[in-house]
Design a protein around this ligand. Structure first.
Ligand code: ADP
Ligand code: MG
Length: 261
C-alpha cells in the first residue's frame, strides 16, 4: 500500500480538501483508497458524509487503542473509498500517547499488520500541528504532500515543517520523500496570488506541482453536502484542477504504483 501524508501545520490551507478530492479521483480510476482522518475536527469525515453517530470507533482507537485498520475503516458513498473517521477524542490522544514507548510508530505498526492488497493507497489527512499525530503520519508514510495557500505568509512555517521531515528521516523513516507541494486557493484576479505562486516556485522549484488549485466557491460548498467537490460538481474549475493534480501525483509515484493504475 502506498501511503501519503497530507501535512502543513497551518490550518485552512487546503489539506482536507486535497485529501478528499485526491482520494475521490484515485478511487474513480479504480484504485482501492483508504483515507485516514487524523484531525480531531473530523472535517474529512464530515466532508465525506460520515455522520457523528457512525463514528463510534475512530482514528483515536487506531492511535491509542488496540484496534486494527480493517475493523475501523468504513465505506463512504464514493465507491472504493473507505475512511477511518475522526472524533474529538483524538484531541486527547497526544497526551495519552506521550508515555508510550512506541508513540511515534503506532500508526506504522497498524499499517504493517494489513494484508497485502486490501487498499492500493492510503491518504492521511493531518491536523494543523507538528505534534505526535502528524509525526505518526510522517513515520507511517513514504510520501508527503504539502498544500500551500496562495496567500501572503504562504512560506511561513515551511522551514519548521521541513525540519520535522528531516528529523523523521534521520530518526526513523529515511524513505520519507516530499512528493509535491500543492498550491491551493489561487485567485487569478488577485495579483498577490500570482506573486506568491511565483515566489514559491522560485524558492522550491521542482518540488512544486504544476497544477494550481483555484479558489472556487463550488469546492467550498461541497463539504456541507457531505460529498467531494468532484462529485458535487465534476465540471467546476476546482474539480478539474483536482483531477489534474491526481494525474500529476500518479506520475510522480514510483513505477510500481503506476502499474496498479
Ligand atoms: P485545512 O484542512 O488545511 O485546514 P481545508 O481543506 O479544510 O483546509 O480548507 C479550509 C477552508 O477553505 C474550507 O472551508 C474549505 O472548504 C475551503 N477551501 C479549500 N480549498 C478551496 C478552494 N480551492 N476554493 C474555495 N474554498 C476552498
Ligand atoms: Mg483539515
Amino acid at each position: 500500500m502506498i501511503t501519503i501524508a497530507i501535512a502543513n501545520q497551518k490550518g485552512g490551507v487546503g489539506k482536507t480538501t486535497t485529501a478528499i478530492n485526491l482520494a475521490t479521483a484515485l478511487a474513480a480510476i479504480g484504485w482501492k483508497v483508504l483515507l485516514v482522518d487524523l484531525d480531531p475536527q473530523g472535517n474529512a469525515s464530515t466532508g465525506l458524509g460520515i455522520a457523528s453517530n457512525e463514528r463510534d470507533r475512530s482514528s483515536y482507537d487506531l492511535l491509542v487503542g488496540d484496534n486494527g485498520v480493517e475493523e475501523l475503516a468504513i465505506a463512504t458513498k464514493v465507491p472504493r473509498l473507505d475512511i477511518v473517521p475522526a472524533t474529538v477524542d483524538l484531541s486527547g490522544a497526544e497526551v495519552e500517547m506521550v508515555d508510550m514507548e512506541d508513540r511515534v510508530t503506532r500508526l506504522r505498526s497498524k499499517f504493517a499488520a494489513l494484508p497485502e492488497g486490501k487498499w492500493d493507497i492510503c491518504l492521511i489527512d493531518c491536523p494543523p500541528s507538528l505534534g505526535l499525530i502528524t509525526v505518526n503520519a510522517m513515520v507511517a508514510a513514504k510520501q508527503l504532500i504539502v498544500p500551500l495557500q496562495c496567500e501572503f505568509f504562504a512560506l511561513e512555517g515551511l522551514s519548521q515543517l521541513l525540519k520535522t521531515v528531516e528529523r523523521v528521516r534521520t530518526g526513523i523513516n529515511p524513505e520519507l520523500a516530499i512528493l509535491g507541494i500543492a498550491l491551493t486557493m489561487y485567485d487569478r484576479r488577485n495579483k498577490l496570488s500570482q506573486h506568491v505562486a511565483d515566489d514559491v516556485r522560485a524558492c522550491l522549484g521542482d518540488q512544486v506541482l504544476n497544477t494550481i488549485i483555484p479558489r472556487n466557491v463550488r469546492v467550498s460548498e461541497a463539504p456541507s453536502h457531505g460529498i467531494p467537490a468532484l462529485v458535487y460538481d465534476l465540471k467546476c474549475p476546482g474539480s478539474a484542477a483536482y483531477l489534474s493534480l491526481a494525474r500529476e501525483i500518479i506520475d510522480r509515484l514510483p513505477a510500481l504504483a503506476k502499474e496498479a493504475a
